[in-house]
Ligand binder design. Sequence first.
Ligand SMILES: NC(=O)c1ccc[n+]([C@@H]2O[C@H](COP(=O)([O-])OP(=O)(O)OC[C@H]3O[C@@H](n4cnc5c(N)ncnc54)[C@H](O)[C@@H]3O)[C@@H](O)[C@H]2O)c1
Length: 367
Amino acid sequence: MKHAFDIHGSQVVISDELADFSLSFGKEPSLLEQLYRQLWPEEKNPRPSRLAVLTDENTRRHCLPVLREVLHEEFVLLEMPAGEVAKNIDTCRQLWADMLKAGLDRHSLLIVLGGGVPGDLGGFCAATYMRGIPFVFLPTTLLAQTDASIGGKLGIDFADVKNLVGLFSQPALVFIYPGFLSSLAFRQMLNGWAEVVKHALIADAGLWAYICNLAAPDIVTAADWLIPSIEVKRRIVEADPLERGMRKLLNFGHTIGHALESLFLGTENELLHGEAVVLGMMAEAAISHRFGLLSEQELNDIESYLRSRYPDTSGHLAKADQKRFFQLLRADKKNRAGSIRCTLIGPIGEGHYDVEVPEEVVWKVVF
Ligand SMILES: NC(=O)c1ccc[n+]([C@@H]2O[C@H](COP(=O)([O-])OP(=O)(O)OC[C@H]3O[C@@H](n4cnc5c(N)ncnc54)[C@H](O)[C@@H]3O)[C@@H](O)[C@H]2O)c1
């Protein structure tokens, strides 16, 4: 499998061969070489002044050895703690300090080897360090490969609100190597699968029909669903890079999902991003039905699909602090002048963004 496209100056390559990425200096310049030439065209032998690789503790263990096999270059290793709890300003402060200590300047390149958390945070730190240094994503989770690494949204959580502080800035290159997924826990595969389902529901009825017949996501069939899923994201962010309109389609399941994710963050009932999005999609599909957009049959299909694949998530709603949930929901970035806005769907494969939803309706479908 090899598939490549460009989004607003950011090259995205999906390849079964990690070697395509690395430095080769053969007849065909590797992607990294091409990138160096593009970033520093004035130099005879273009290279970053420092090459740095950011991992978390898990990607350091599972993915860095794989990368080392093909990346025959010296690099500075930077590490952050794993998981959503680390996606905060304290980790940024530490990373900026480590980047400075390692001597990174504006001619340095940061490679982020990790999932959506190191991606969002590492990209944010790179895009703000010295007013921005180039960065590359090597996404290692399904969630990051199908969604988070594409489109240039970077940021961190702040004051219990997901992604409150951040910016748009495109990675110079996104290299998607599905082989990294082989060490990923099944719960994490399902976490990313939620975004594949979302892409199908908002924009690709054919993909929805295909995944309905798959018992579980696996890497063997990845070419059949990963590329169409990434294609949905590509089409949308290309048309609307700064989320003025159409990109809001990608928020299906996320208005309610983000509030639930923030609510349980750091507790023993913590939800992974995709799990929160699953609950959000069930609620927002139910709202879509109430609003006459989605038929009862389609709603039933979606609910039974998600319930059977994510049996452990539904118990969370009974544990939710309802008052805090609504406070978090009102703080969502997608709202305007205090009213709650959701992306709804119907029929399957078609999304509708910026739909104002009264709080009573949310209350009825969630609790
Ligand atoms: N920027 C965007 O457009 C966008 C879109 C969707 C989600 N997100 C963000 O993405 C984040 C979630 O991403 P995530 O689920 O990738 O989280 P993550 O980066 O925390 O990864 C999940 C876990 O898997 C581990 N891991 C990563 N790769 C591994 C591998 N190959 N083998 C074994 N373990 C591995 C990590 O260490 C971590 O413990 C959230 O913060 C969410 O807000 C961003």
